[in-house]
Ligand binder design. Structure first.
Ligand SMILES: [Zn+2]
Length: 291
């Protein structure tokens, strides 16, 4: 898996495990946006940590508060175990009320510094949900500042700004998501769905209720898992379809045409800017060379 010998900003060879830090606003966002590459990283011996900036205590129609927050925390820990994460950290901010405050910026800076990620994944700042927007804002606000010693001075600063990439979305203004990398997740698609299956309060309760089709959800575990597959696969297939040209850039046209499900990532201007060799180091499951 780790065959290339590229350096990034003087960092160690990629025979060392990569540290991948995935931010989301809610306990399930990292799974939806990056659950596939997560399975690929972990299979390659790399370290992945998820962070939800809120505890998810607004995401239900029947329960809330401490009961929902604790239930959702339990769901994240099931994912951590299933996916082999270093951790699935949940910050105790109320769902629906996240703000890009200085206190939250300091928290994000400390989390980044302590994990020392090679790559940070998170949402873009244009998004329908305020918590998603402010998660993106907080990551942007922490970028660069993680290298400034006098900011949150008691947590050692990073020497280099990590590479930051946005996860896929469909928002068009001010500009559509424009990925630099698209990854086939065909071989890990069942693992990604198994991880989503852990978020019972969301995928089988709140989200179907909110979308007006709660009555569709089957009652048995097996039937639910099957329903989940039918519900979610088209989303991941659509990412492959929309970004077929980017897949072809990395996999070659012939192989790209056979990719069914994908995740895609756009490099943020506020992190270190990787060249192609560095992108291959950061996404080591891409084919070794352009064909
Ligand atoms: Zn969310």
């Amino acid at each position: 898996m780790n065959s290339s010998e590229n350096h990034i900003n003087g960092a160690s060879l990629n025979t060392d495990p990569l540290n991948i830090l995935v931010f989301g606003a809610h306990p399930d966002d990292p799974d939806i946006s990056a659950g596939g590459v997560t399975a690929l990283y972990v299979a390659g011996g790399h370290r992945v940590k998820f962070v939800s900036l809120t505890n998810g205590d607004a995401g239900h129609h029947e329960i809330g508060g401490v009961e929902l927050a604790r239930r959702r925390h339990g769901e994240t820990q099931a994912v951590a175990s299933l996916q082999g994460l270093v951790a699935y950290q949940v910050l105790d901010n109320h769902d629906g009320e996240l703000e890009p405050t200085l206190a939250n910026r300091r928290s994000v800076i400390r989390i980044i510094r302590e994990f020392q990620p090679d790559l940070i994944l998170g949402p873009r700042p244009n998004d329908y949900h305020p918590d998603h927007r402010y998660t993106a804002q907080l990551i942007q606000d922490a970028a660069y500042m993680v290298t400034v010693p006098n900011v949150t001075a008691l947590t050692d600063h990073l020497v280099t700004n990590p590479v930051i990439a946005y996860v896929a979305d469909r928002f068009k203004r001010p500009y559509p998501f424009t990925p630099d990398v698209a990854v086939s997740i065909d071989e890990v698609i069942e693992r990604k769905l198994d991880a989503l299956h852990c978020h019972t309060s969301q995928v089988y309760e709140w989200l179907p209720y909110n979308a007006g089709h709660l009555e569709e959800v089957p009652s048995t575990e097996t039937a639910r898992r099957h329903w989940l597959t039918e519900k979610y696969l088209p989303r991941f297939a659509a990412i492959a379809e929309r970004h077929r040209e980017v897949l072809a850039r990395w996999y070659g046209t012939a192989e790209a045409n056979h990719v069914r499900y994908a995740e895609a990532f756009e490099i943020s201007e506020y992190g270190t800017q990787p060249n192609e060799a560095e992108l291959r180091r950061l996404f080591p499951f891409l084919p070794a060379a352009r064909r």
